[in-house]
Design a protein around this ligand. Structure first.
Ligand SMILES: [Mg+2]
Length: 123
């Protein structure tokens, strides 16, 4: 399968993080979508059914866990990797219960994250 057929949604309220991830994953050949908040993220999930979502935990308004819960009701099989801050262990545990594959603590190693995405999408 062509990598362009794999869709990745980046959800983060920080513009700089979205741009960085977009650039790195674009180079890997995936089709990328971006959302700065939960409402937009869920619209994209409904319309495009991304294969994988990179989901920030701390987002004003609907936070990462709430977005994850909604994703699970819309597209239960979507792969989700959380992006968290140091010390969010309880939230990470809850995300794991909701089926998040793994998490990366900010500031994360972009190369490790790239490899984790590839491990999930390239077979
Ligand atoms: Mg944030």
């Amino acid at each position: 399968m062509d990598r362009k057929d794999k869709k990745v949604l980046i959800v983060d309220d920080q513009y700089g993080i979205r741009v960085l991830l977009q650039e790195v994953l674009d180079k890997e050949g995936y089709t990328i979508f971006q959302a700065p908040n939960g409402v937009t993220a869920l619209e994209i999930v409904k319309e495009h059914q991304p294969d994988l979502v990179l989901l920030d935990m701390k987002i004003p308004g609907m936070d990462g866990l709430e977005i994850l819960r909604h994703i699970r009701t819309i597209e239960p099989d979507t792969k989700v990797i959380m992006m968290t801050a140091y010390g969010e262990l309880d939230l990470i545990k809850e995300a794991t219960v909701l089926g998040a594959i793994t998490h990366f603590t900010k500031p994360f190693d972009i190369d490790e994250l790239r490899q984790a995405v590839n491990a999930q999408l390239v077979s």
